[in-house]
Design a protein around this ligand. Structure first.
Ligand SMILES: NC(=O)c1ccc[n+]([C@@H]2O[C@H](COP(=O)([O-])OP(=O)(O)OC[C@H]3O[C@@H](n4cnc5c(N)ncnc54)[C@H](O)[C@@H]3O)[C@@H](O)[C@H]2O)c1
Length: 386
């Protein structure tokens, strides 16, 4: 069984190391900070104790899992690894340095992967001599609990490396999808309107945060409303992703960030972690009541949903992933109640096109342009999944 290396013992690296160790691999987990390594070790011990308490693991297995992880600050310890997943700070220059150093340490057949959310895998792969062995393996947070893993071949990646890496992650009982090396891959691209269109509806004064959240949650079946979710993720993190996706798409107006979110970010209103975001989180804070107007709720839900459907359709149009993988990514990576393409079929492709064209006609803004694939399907009376 391959030894798995994980570089970076932060939120993602610790979770990925746990997943690999739980699947029987010897794991080498590194960080530049010994403090971070200590914290990671303590956190894993707590998680294991909880699993034992709940009867999901016996003591011996919990100890064996912890015993399989070697904590280190030395990249030289990665020499025996067959796969290394890098999960350090989201900076291309630093990631490139790490990959270059790793290549000097490992065997020629060791696969090198990055867990990056937003950087180009081709650019990372270019930092090593044998770039055919590099690919993206993108876990979601928290890695041990979220089933989805996006696998991203770079233009340089050897198809064998892609196939064997996918098979390995599948054997960890994860749901893998293959995505093209483009900004946001599948999930972080297709999900943009969940936030962007909700913010736009608020800015136009149609409804307040609580009402928009109520519509998406209670009428749409989403686990959290967009504002609740942004407060949960953190407006600092979510705003940074929005800006980086916007820039990475050469400033396509469809991904334009919102001033409402920018101001919340600038004010330090990050959400739960700062005690205030779109909502207040201080003890005893009274939460605003939504306006439970069914007609308004339906308008909000459909406008955000049709924008999500358009984004999913356009990802298919541009061959970012297969239709099955696009729907799997959204249900398994961000817990959407239904796949967006299946949802489009259910609502009717014609209805989607008419709504988008109506919005485009009203606003004359490029963000509302209908994907050519939806228009073509409507013309031909086709559905996505049947
Ligand atoms: N947090 C998420 O929700 C999430 C989800 C998917 C992917 N990602 C991606 O995963 C990566 C890590 O994110 P995170 O949230 O775990 O970050 P984090 O800040 O929690 O952890 C990063 C760790 O990397 C360490 N580090 C920095 N430079 C290093 C180096 N040269 N060598 C070894 N360790 C180094 C830091 O000390 C830190 O402990 C990023 O690329 C991020 O885009 C994050």
């Amino acid at each position: 069984m391959k030894t798995i290396g994980v570089v970076g013992a932060g939120a993602m690296g610790s979770g990925i190391a746990q997943v690999a160790a739980q699947n029987g691999h010897q794991v080498v987990l590194s960080d530049t900070s010994t403090d971070v390594l200590d914290k990671s070790k303590i956190k894993l011990a707590k998680i294991m104790a909880r699993l034992v308490e709940k009867g999901k693991l016996d003591n011996a297995s919990a100890e064996a899992i912890q015993g399989r992880i070697k904590y280190t600050t030395e990249l030289n310890d990665f020499a025996p690894c067959g796969l290394i997943i890098e999960a350090i700070i989201e900076r291309l220059d630093i990631k490139k340095q790490v990959f270059e150093t790793l290549e000097g340490v490992v065997a020629e057949d060791c696969v090198l992967a990055s867990n990056t959310s937003s950087l180009s895998i081709a650019a990372i792969a270019a930092s090593v001599k044998l770039s055919h062995r590099v690919l993206g393996i993108h876990f979601f947070n928290p890695a041990p609990l979220m089933p989805l893993v996006e696998i991203i071949p770079a233009v340089q990646t050897d198809p064998e490396v892609l196939a064997s890496s996918k098979a390995l992650i599948d054997s960890w009982k994860k749901v893998t999808v293959i995505a093209k090396d483009t900004p946001g891959f599948i999930v972080n691209r297709v999900a943009r309107p969940f936030y962007g269109e909700a913010l736009r509806i608020y800015e136009e004064g149609f409804a307040d945060f609580a009402t928009i959240d109520w519509a998406m949650r209670d009428m749409g079946g989403f686990r959290m409303g967009p504002f609740q979710l942004m407060d949960f993720i953190g407006n600092d993190v979510n705003y940074a992703v929005t800006e980086s996706v916007f820039a990475a798409f050469y400033y396509d107006p469809r991904y334009k960030p919102s001033f409402t979110q920018k101001r919340h970010f600038e004010a330090g209103w990050y959400g739960r972690k700062s005690g205030r975001g779109y909502y207040e989180y201080a003890e005893g804070a009274v939460q605003p009541e939504p306006t439970k107007d069914k007609e308004l709720g339906e308008m909000i839900l459909w406008r955000i949903l049709v924008m999500l459907i358009n984004e999913a359709a356009d990802a298919l149009h541009l061959n970012i992933a297969s239709k099955e993988d696009i729907d799997l990514a959204m249900t398994k990576g961000v817990n959407y109640p239904k796949g967006l393409l299946a949802w489009a079929d259910e609502k009717g492709i014609n209805h989607c096109v008419e709504t988008l064209d109506g919005l485009y006609h009203e606003y004359h803004e490029d963000r509302y342009r209908c994907s050519p694939i939806l228009r073509k399907m409507a013309r031909e009376g086709k559905k996505f999944l049947s």
